[in-house]
Design a protein around this ligand. Structure first.
Ligand code: C2O
Ligand code: CU
Length: 488
């Protein structure tokens, strides 16, 4: 569709006064999805996507970023957002846009109580920003969609790391562009550890593995192939984990902590181990659950995370256990495979209690947010019958309070609703209490078609203006996003 190429990308590129993304950037977002013009048979062939074979490669682990300087209270990083290439398909280099030119980007390992500063240099060819998803940050460091880093400039983001241990991630949040920039590769983990939790003896080091799940399609030349779908959002035919096609992971017979992140644009995954074996969920987006929760399937909407512990002692050496996506089409049903390769088995178990139940301040206000599809005019997906307007503040919660927010989905698509700056508890889903795995602290929740979800956000840390939005990237871009201003 033309709005995307000509209406948004080019116009904003010109308005921002740099020479257009097509000249300065070796990552060409649009060439392969160009819908108009003459279609030669070569073009038709080149745009043919075929899904790829699973389990051919060992799962890559994204490199851990190294601080350029550190003290006991602060770690400093420098990252450059720039084009690069990724080895995804044998014999091809796939152009990507990434942090330090890497896809996925480098993992930042942070510690509660020790701040992190990240100097983000933008050499991408377009205006970007950085959002630490799930992070508690002051609003000026949150990556508000209109708070952009022009190409060729840089910005310092300050993360205080005051919150509980959690699996966070960072990604671009440029207004109206996130579907493209996330797709292009701007996504990475930020793992916040809490030394006070050391006594839990959860698996650590090589046994604590971040796994970023995404879907992609490819052109015949190995480049990513984006297809515009404003209704459902992008859906690819191939699953990638940490940037490798449905990889395999060699595991020992012991406990592993696996941190699953759905970093897809719009696709939901429902994780399920072969033979329906149980996984033990220990955390959701906002940190550890009060108690571990045994689950045989875990649904993950875009931006949701689930930390699980899997006990591979239950399998013999040589076992191959597939992690399925039970929501998938034939080519997107296999996420990865665990190959049990070594017999050493250790004494270990998951503690019965993980985190304390916190008592919350009384509910101070109730708000309702209908989620709708507006077919006429320019804004398509909307919250409370309005598109995103940075000049409009939709609510002003009081700092230190909790509220009850009701998301009412009046559409036939799922909306993973996400709040910046704060976390919430799920109170009910269509009148029923949430699954125990969704009852802890979260920052994103699935609101299924024609369902009503009540959440209780806690506006605990910093006051200021933040966005909340649907994390189906195409919906958030177009323009399912509102603003809250938390007042002190
Ligand atoms: Cu990961 Cu505003 O989002
Ligand atoms: Cu949505």
């Amino acid at each position: 569709m033309d709005w995307e190429r000509d209406g948004v990308t080019r116009r904003t590129a010109l308005a921002r006064g740099f020479g257009g993304v097509f000249l300065v950037c070796s990552f060409d977002f649009d060439a392969k999805t160009r819908p108009s013009g003459k279609r030669t048979s070569a073009f038709a062939r080149a745009s043919q996507s075929r899904p790829f074979q699973p389990f051919q490669r060992d799962v890559p682990i994204p490199p851990v970023a190294r601080p350029v300087a550190q003290t006991r209270s602060l770690q400093q990083y420098v990252l450059t957002m720039k084009p690069g290439t990724a080895d995804i398909l044998p014999g091809f280099k796939t152009p990507i846009l990434g942090y330090d030119g890497l896809y996925p980007g480098p993992t930042i390992k942070a510690t509660r109580g020790r701040a992190v500063d990240v100097r983000q240099i933008n050499q991408s060819g377009r205006a970007l920003n950085v959002h630490l998803h799930g992070g508690v940050t002051r609003p000026e460091f949150d990556g508000h969609p209109h708070d952009e880093i022009p190409n060729g400039t840089e910005r310092l983001y300050k993360y205080p790391n005051v919150q509980r241990q959690a699996t966070l991630w960072y990604h671009d949040h440029a207004h109206g562009e996130t579907a493209r920039t996330l797709f292009a590769g701007l996504a990475a983990f930020y793992l916040l550890d809490d030394p006070d939790d050391a006594g839990l003896e959860l698996p650590r080091g090589a046994y604590d593995v971040p796994l970023m799940i995404q879907d992609r399609s490819f052109n015949a030349d190995g480049s990513f192939r984006y297809r515009v779908d404003l209704d459902r959002g992008f859906r690819g035919d191939t699953i990638l984990v940490n940037g490798a096609v449905a990889p395999r992971m060699k595991v020992e017979r012991r406990l592993y902590r696996l941190r699953f992140l759905n970093a897809a644009n719009a696709r939901a995954f429902t994780l399920s181990l072969g033979n329906n074996r149980a996984m033990t969920q220990i955390a959701s987006e906002g940190g550890l659950l009060t108690q571990p929760v045994r689950r045989t399937s875990i649904p993950l909407e875009p931006a949701e995370r689930a930390d699980v512990v899997i006990d591979f002692r239950q399998f013999g050496i040589g076992s191959k256990i597939i992690l399925h996506n039970i929501d998938g089409e034939p080519t997107t049903q296999a996420i990865m495979r665990f190959d049990v390769v070594r017999g050493r088995s250790e004494e270990a178990r998951v503690p019965k209690a993980l985190a304390e139940e916190e008592s919350l301040p009384a509910v101070n206000a109730r708000r309702g947010w209908p989620l709708t599809f507006q077919g006429l005019g320019t804004s398509m997906w909307q919250i409370a019958n309005g598109g995103f307007d940075e000049m409009r503040v939709d609510c002003r919660p009081r700092q230190g309070s909790t509220e009850l927010w009701t998301w009412t989905n009046n559409s036939s698509r799922t909306h993973p609703m996400h709040l910046h700056g704060y976390h919430f508890r799920v109170v009910s889903m269509s009148g029923k209490p949430p699954h125990a795995g969704d009852a802890g602290w979260k920052d994103t929740v699935a609101v299924y078609p024609n369902q009503t979800v009540v959440v209780r956000p806690y506006f605990d840390y910093f006051p200021g203006r933040y966005v909340f939005h649907c994390h189906a990237a195409e919906h958030g871009d177009m323009s399912m996003m509102g603003q809250m201003e938390v007042v002190a």
